[in-house]
Structure formats: structure tokens, C-alpha cells
Design a protein around this ligand. Structure first.
Ligand SMILES: Nc1nc2c(ncn2[C@@H]2O[C@H](COP(=O)(O)OP(=O)(O)OP(=O)(O)O)[C@@H](O)[C@H]2O)c(=O)[nH]1
Ligand SMILES: [Mg+2]
Length: 394
């Protein structure tokens, strides 16, 4: 699958950089492209200069709202981010066409952090514009949720996130959620190392995007996962994860047909594939239950000899057990190495506790804000009333 990536705000742009790195890897490993272009969009000139991989020309690094913010950003006010996108979004819509292989891209992927101002506010507006202009090309979003400490320090992070999620879910064809806090929990050594977190956010997309694009026949699977399968599996709230297991000496053991040891090895190999699937489920980009998914997809990547019918069937049965209410699609992607990787995507998720919590907390906040505003204007009126009898100088 080839994507056109539009990376909004600082967080979006940095994760967008990672997609260029993935593309470079796809070029050297498989001699193919998996992105047709990555475009950074920001209201902050300095942040636009700060990205490293995205082309430095003005069609790939797009400043919005220059006349209003003088290139200094919107300071977390996502209503402003949305307004600037409405005014200058045409720049983005026109720029994506500039890549000569744009027509080869299967879909858009828009990326932003939900807690800031520019990306959080602009992403839904740009999504809507792209959908209107490029009818038939799906637009997916990848939303990065804030760290817990940010939510505690500033309620605006929660409010921006809730408003961003509600808006993007109403326009995008699917919304991948990546929870910053989960990456820290999964690997404490990551700390606040944003570069490493960004690499982990992007990594699960790699095999999935390469599987249908690898041109060498040796790397085309028995059941190739192409862009059509992926698009059919994507709808609404979505989680993605990647899990691996070592397959030491796996395939030549499997070749020794009909020995008793071979039976056991085959069993062990199946178990390893399931362990990798378990690892992928544990590694999902947002906490959710597989039973809540309406669609699910998994991709097994490993040595061709390793991915026998038995293993594929065993894995499929296990996946259907876990995501019991989902239409399950699958594919395999033969490649070298002594590891099996499983990429999992759970989509059409009917429940995500974290999203519910954002909505609840932000709604309560909005109600108290309204009340506070009313109180303040009443007190201001009282004050004005008290001075009514005095003369004025202007
Ligand atoms: N994973 C990850 N999260 C980031 C990164 N940079 C910022 N964030 C998160 O994104 C949120 C802030 O969004 P930004 O992208 O900085 O904001 P912006 O879209 O540039 O908007 P303004 O600066 O407010 O105009 C916070 O929750 C940060 O933790 C990054 O490089 N990686
Ligand atoms: Mg910024």
C-alpha cells in the first residue's frame, strides 16, 4: 500500500519524518516506494525548519496562517488551528498533487498530536478538504494522544483531544490512535525520548505497507495482502500493533518430513506464531479489547518455508477466537531472517475506554466553563451598575 502522508503540527511532522525513514528502508530492502510524498503543515515557522527528513522546499513544508500568526504558532488554541486550516488549506490540497507518482497512492494518512493547537485543530478541516477534492481516495488519520503528565498539568490537553477526536472521527475513513503514555509504559527505558517513541508509532505500518508492494516474486506471499484488503479492513476507531518471535532454525527442521521430532517442531512453530500474535495484541497502539472490533486484519511476515498451511490455519483460528465479532482478513509476507513478525490491526472498534474518558471529562469541563462565563459576565455587569452614577472622561 502506498500512502500520501500529510503531517500536521510539530508532533505530526516528526512522526511524518519516520514515514520517510520507512520509505527509505522499503527502497533499499524491497526496491519499492510505500509513500508517494510526506508534507509537513504548521503555523509555526521554526517547527517547520526543525523536521529533518521531509523535503525542505515550500511545497513539502507548508506554513499556514502566516499573515495571522506571523509564523509563531497558535499556542494550543485548536479552534485557531482549525480556522487557519480553513483559510490556507488549499495550499495543502494543491501541494499533494505535486508529487509525480501521486496518482499511484492508494490513500492519505494525516498525522497530528491531539493535545496541541495547530495539528489538533487543522487535521479534521484538511481531512474534509482532501475528501472533497480527491473523491474516492480514502483519508485515514493517525492521532497521537498526550502523556498523562500533560493531561494533569493542563486541562486544555484533554479538551483539545476530545474535540479533535470527535471532529476527526466524523470525517476520516478510519482513525488510528497512538497513545504516547502506552509507549512509555511498554518500555520504561524510552522515557520521554520522543524520537524513539515516534519510530515505534510508525514501525507497525512497515510490513503492512510493503507486503503488497514488494516487486520481487520471491517476496509475494501465498496470500498477498494488498491495499484492497487493508482498505476493506479499515473503518472508524483503529488500533495497530506488531509482535515478533524468534524462529531459530525453524524452516530446515520443518523440511525433515515425517519424523516424530518434526511433529513437535511443527507444534512449537505454531506456538511461536501465536506468541507473536499475543505480543502484537499486547503491543497495540491504544488499549482496547479485540472483542470490540468489527474488522480485524493480521499479516504474518517470515521465511516462506516457515509459514506452512498448518501454521497459517492455526493462527487464523486463534485470531478468530480473539476477535470473535470481527470480519477477519489476513495475508503473509515471505522474507528472510529467523523471526516471525505479526502485524495486527483492529478496526471498527465499538468501545475505547480512553476515548470515552476524554469525552466525559471534556464535556464536564465545557459545562463548568459555560457556568463560569455566565457568572463572570454577571459580576462584571454588577460592577458596571455600581459605577453608573459617576461621570466619565471619554
Ligand atoms: N509521540 C510524540 N508526541 C509528540 C511529539 N511532539 C509533540 N508531541 C505531543 O503532541 C502534543 C502537542 O502537540 P504539538 O504537535 O506539539 O502541537 P502543534 O500541533 O504544533 O500545535 P501548537 O504548537 O499548539 O500550535 C503533546 O501531547 C505532545 O506530547 C513527538 O515528536 N512525538
Ligand atoms: Mg507547534
Amino acid at each position: 500500500m502506498k500512502l500520501t502522508v500529510v503531517a500536521l503540527g510539530q508532533c505530526g511532522s516528526r512522526v511524518g519524518d519516520e514515514f520517510i525513514r520507512l520509505n527509505k528502508r522499503a527502497q533499499s530492502e524491497w526496491n519499492t516506494n510505500i509513500v508517494t510524498g510526506v508534507y509537513a503543515v504548521n503555523s509555526d515557522q521554526t517547527d517547520l525548519t526543525g523536521v529533518s527528513e521531509i523535503d525542505p522546499d515550500h511545497t513539502h513544508r507548508i506554513l499556514i496562517g502566516g499573515r495571522k500568526t506571523w509564523g509563531h504558532g497558535v499556542g494550543k488554541v485548536n479552534e485557531m488551528g482549525a480556522e487557519l486550516a480553513r483559510e490556507d488549506g488549499d495550499k495543502v490540497v494543491d501541494a499533494v498533487r505535486s508529487s509525480h507518482d501521486f496518482y499511484q497512492s492508494h490513500a492519505f494518512l494525516l498525522i497530528a498530536g491531539s493535545a496541541g493547537g495547530t495539528g489538533s485543530g487543522a487535521i479534521s478541516v484538511i481531512c474534509q478538504m482532501l475528501k472533497e477534492r480527491y473523491k474516492g481516495k480514502p483519508v485515514y488519520a493517525l492521532i497521537v494522544l498526550p502523556f498523562e503528565h500533560e493531561e494533569m498539568a493542563e486541562f486544555r490537553s484533554v479538551y483539545n483531544t476530545a474535540v479533535c477526536l470527535k471532529s476527526i472521527n466524523s470525517v476520516a475513513d478510519a482513525v488510528f490512535l497512538a497513545d504516547n503514555q502506552r509507549y512509555v509504559r511498554k518500555d520504561a527505558s524510552l522515557g520521554m525520548n520522543l524520537n524513539r517513541i515516534n519510530a515505534q508509532i510508525a514501525e507497525p505500518f512497515y510490513n503492512m505497507m510493503c507486503a503488497g508492494e514488494a516487486v520481487n516474486y520471491k517476496h509475494v506471499g501465498a496470500k498477498t495482502l494488498d491495499s484492497g484488503d487493508i482498505m476493506q479492513s479499515l473503518d472508524g476507531w483503529t488500533a495497530i500493533g506488531l509482535g515478533s518471535a524468534e524462529t531459530p532454525g525453524g524452516f530446515h527442521l520443518l523440511r525433515r518430513e515425517s519424523s516424530r521430532a518434526n511433529f513437535k517442531e511443527k507444534g512449537d512453530e505454531s506456538v511461536r506464531a501465536m506468541q507473536a500474535l499475543d505480543a502484537a495484541m499486547g503491543d497495540l497502539s491504544i488499549s482496547c479489547s479485540p472483542e470490540d472490533a468489527g474488522r480485524a486484519l493480521y499479516l504474518m511476515s517470515g521465511q516462506a518455508e516457515y509459514m506452512s498451511m498448518d501454521i497459517t490455519k492455526g493462527l487464523g483460528d486463534y485470531m478468530r477466537e480473539l476477535a470473535a465479532n470481527a470480519v477477519v482478513r489476513s495475508g503473509d509476507f515471505p522474507k528472510g531472517g529467523n523471526r516471525v513478525d505479526i502485524t495486527v490491526m483492529l478496526s471498527q472498534l465499538a468501545h475505547i475506554q480512553k476515548v470515552m474518558d476524554y469525552y466525559d471529562r471534556a464535556s464536564a469541563f465545557a459545562a463548568t466553563q459555560k457556568e463560569r462565563l455566565k457568572e463572570t459576565s454577571e459580576r462584571l455587569r454588577d460592577m458596571e451598575e455600581a459605577g453608573r452614577g459617576l461621570p466619565g472622561l471619554i
